[in-house]
Design a protein around this ligand. Structure first.
Ligand code: ADP
Ligand code: MG
Length: 377
């Protein structure tokens, strides 16, 4: 029951796939525990539908893994066998068991337990993820920092012990955060945190990385058209089978029921959003959300409600959505404009929306209380 309850909450924060899938309330599946890898995986059986538009059969399965609601939709001429979904959910399980900071036997937990003690042997995936984290730390001058773990634990956002910490506690934990004190030895395949108390947290990039690996697997298995949705990180495989663009709803950050405020038309792309609505708690008049500025030790408040990043890979989208949120509108917008094949939609507290130049007519505003503005207005 505990899982089912969390699952219901995750539905409310999930991004809608409009026009190509029913809304979550219509598709609420029965999730049954099945054994896979080391964990019991909560997952649905296949839902099979005929898609009139593309004249293909869509096979959909859902699961609850890596702390989030996952939906995989594959288009083909016939029903996709259960075994394909076994492989997909099994792969996600393998990665979850390597990268989750809350699984005591994971590689990341092992690195954290051995902080200040000794280097730890890890898989290529963890080396890749930490290296990607280091690149984004350099790009954001340390605002994005995968050693954020001590501050994430202190605030406890998304847990039942979330609370505003004392200034002293905040300062103590802030002093443990420094991506430059991660020693990666790619040839030995080891990672070492140089000081006791340091802690890696890959929460800002792991879902994106895993979505990319799921896409690789789907392509390897011979399917060219699919949608992967890992708790709102949406990654499309190919175009729709009739060559139409996919239409992905952008969540309205002010809606507690998961309404959308716009639509993005995508082809072979990833869309990832970060915002104040995903995980938070309220104290007084303030909503404390889960993206923490390592230089202040507190959730970042800069007038931004959410940012959605369109990119080729989901890991870049995931890293950038968190990074750009931390950089704020002006610097974040400039960073996205400087990168090729990356676009963004910013939604601000004052109801203004900013769209980067390359999106053109691929973003359609549907919620009329918002106003599209330009930074030069
Ligand atoms: P979500 O995972 O909900 O989609 P994000 O991708 O924006 O949202 O990631 C938020 C998570 O990133 C936090 O829960 C935390 O684990 C981690 N995090 C928080 N602040 C930072 C930061 N400054 N740098 C890197 N990771 C962070
Ligand atoms: Mg992210």
């Amino acid at each position: 029951m505990k899982y089912l309850k969390t699952f219901a909450v995750s539905l409310s924060v999930m991004m809608l796939l409009s026009a190509c899938s029913p809304s979550p309330s219509e598709s609420e599946p029965m999730l049954e525990p099945t054994v896979g890898g080391e964990n019991t995986i909560l997952r649905s059986t296949s839902k099979v539908t005929n898609d009139a538009q593309t004249k293909k059969i869509i096979t959909t399965q859902e699961s609850f893994q890596i702390g989030t609601h996952i939906t995989i939709k594959v288009y083909d001429d016939k029903e996709v066998p259960n075994d394909v979904f076994d492989q997909i959910f099994g792969l996600i399980d393998i990665y979850e068991n390597r990268v989750s900071k809350t699984i005591s036997t994971s590689e990341v937990s092992n690195i954290n337990e051995n902080a200040g003690v000794e280097p730890v042997a890890v898989s290529d995936a963890v080396i890749d993820l930490v290296e990607i984290g280091q690149n984004y730390a350099a790009l954001t001058d340390g605002l994005f920092d995968v050693t954020i773990g001590p501050l994430v634990d202190l605030w406890g956002i998304g847990t039942d012990h979330a609370a505003v910490p004392s200034d002293d506690a905040r300062l103590t934990e802030m002093s443990k955060i420094d991506y430059q004190k991660i020693e990666i030895k790619p040839l030995d395949k080891t990672i070492f945190l140089k000081e006791t108390g340091m802690e890696i947290d890959l929460g800002a990039i792991a879902k994106g990385y895993i979505a990319d690996r799921v896409k690789d697997l789907i392509l390897e298995l011979g399917y060219d058209h699919a949608i992967i949705n890992l708790g709102g990180n949406v990654l499309t495989v190919g175009t729709k089978p009739n060559s139409d663009a996919w239409q992905v709803g952008v969540r309205d950050p002010q809606s507690s029921s998961g309404n959308t405020m716009g639509i993005l038309k995508l082809e072979d792309n990833s869309i990832v959003s970060s915002g104040i609505y995903e995980r938070f708690f309220n104290a007084g008049d303030t909503r404390y959300h889960h993206i923490i500025n390592p230089k202040t030790g507190s959730p970042e408040f800069n007038g931004m409600y959410s940012v959605s990043i369109v990119s080729d890979t989901s890991v870049d989208g995931d890293a950038l959505s968190t990074s750009v949120f931390l950089l704020g509108l002006e610097k974040g917008f400039a960073l996205v404009e400087s990168l090729s094949n990356v676009e963004a939609v910013f939604v601000m507290e004052d109801q203004s929306v900013y769209v980067t130049s390359g999106l053109g007519d691929r973003f359609i505003l549907t919620e009329k209380s918002y106003v599209i503005k330009s930074l030069t207005d």
